[in-house]
Design a protein around this ligand. Sequence first.
Ligand code: NA7
Length: 537
Amino acid sequence: MSDQPTLELDVAIVGAGFAGLYMLHRMHQDQRAARVFEAGSGVGGTWYWNRYPGARCDVESLEYCYSFDNDLEQEWDWTERYSTQPEIEKYANHVADRFDLREDIQFDTRVTAASFDETSNRWIVETDQGDRVSAQFLVMGTGCLSSPIMPDFPGTDTFKGESYHTGLWPKDEIDFSGKSVAIVGTGSSGIQATPVIAETAKSVTVFQRTPSFSLPSDNSPLDPAEVADVKAHYTELREINAQRPAALGGRWPKGTEESVLDATVEEREAVLENAWTLGGFTFMQSYPDLALTPEANTIAADFVRGKIRETVQDEATAALLSPEIPIGCKRMVIDSGYYQAFNRPNVNLLDARSAPIEEITATGIRTTDAEHEFDIIVYATGFDAMTGALLRIDIRGRGGEPLHDAWAAGPRTYLGLGVVGFPNLFTITGPGSPSVLANMITGIEQHVNFITDCMTHMSELGRQTIEATLEAQDAWVDHVNSVVEGTVFVDPRCNSWYLGANVEGKTRVFMPLPGYPQYVEKCEAVVANGYEGFVLA
Ligand code: NA7
């Protein structure tokens, strides 16, 4: 292949999820030549790939949507409090059409490599379709949960039945009726899929290695009067959310200011019960210290364990479903009828910790203590989160340095947006930014606005490159570590994907940053100080 680029762009964008779509829209507004490269055949990113039964967002639909366009906010109608994958995918398609984005999205194209050419100060981006694109900026909208992990059980290829990973779910509907189904994994994906698959399958056997804390969603159809009220006050809601730690939940009580340890048993039971009934993540907001001190955390965890015992009729199953780790150190799940599903005669829980899966056979799964036959195996085994999708592209910065090497001891970024040695590379919701610990769409909009404003600023000053300084990056990594130090997030008992602990050989580093409002303040200060911590050359 000739070394000559096949296309010259101002901005190459990777991924047509919510990050890539909004980035492209902003580039259109600013009349920059931009193109999105997307591995899938459609838009939606996470919501394109994760089309497994029961897939639903854990942030409320009225908040998990763009805020950048008032008309869009007003015209789109969500039907349920927590929207399903099909509805979110439909919304992403609506956005793509409404803002004429499709003509600049190249589907079925996976970016394989990108290298910074120090002579021209441009990125050379290569795809599996043979493209060789030259661009001033490279913007990664590759998502935080987009690199699925298949467990390395021997024999996965020998299984004669059907098998699917939740994060690579086929578009055709899978018929579970009359089938014996295994679900491996009990994170959000396995927990959401279990009750839905159980409705039609002959049997569902859930292989659980570590139980998750799951909170009820209390999902329901949205009341048109409630929707009208939110639409009438959308700007206020967005402003309130921007001051909340996770940029969401602004319509619900903030929780008390006092420690749960200062409340009487009756008081705290009433507060927690109320939050539980309300549904969703607000449960952990009911007291300020639930995620902070071990004693407070145990109170919340005991409350949820009590709920599991109340809900699940079989005592042994209830005990097995009850997590022993601190609540909130791994991502909690927001479910619709997960614990209740174990009261169905066709749902069975197996302990994959005491009897691990040893092998996938032609007819099913062999654990250390038994052989089980299945027609379908569902792998709900998670993702190489935050860095996986970035590192599977061969990204090379100054001097040909691979990002893989720069991040060998865990990701290092400045603000989760830029990396030393990789000029003009931006990572939307990258490691070191709030990302998955905040409403993702809010975080995406904030990052895209930052990047777009930065490009304008560079044009005005006639600068070609922007690059974080080593000093700023080191200080930022220290800052992220200090924010989570001593919190449940880094509890050694918790092997969360936030820490990369679910991926064999991945360095244990806490990747997202708690505290959306403080992060935004920092970004604003950086801009006000002339992009402090970056060199504009
Ligand atoms: P998660 O939350 O990473 O869950 C993956 C699950 O798969 C988890 O229960 C794992 O158990 C289990 N797993 C992984 N490998 C194995 C093997 N070898 N044997 C048994 N069980 C295994 O991924 P999800 O897709 O559910 O959710 C990801 C995020 O998407 C979620 O947090 C929401 O933000 C949306 P483990 O805990 O490692 O013992």
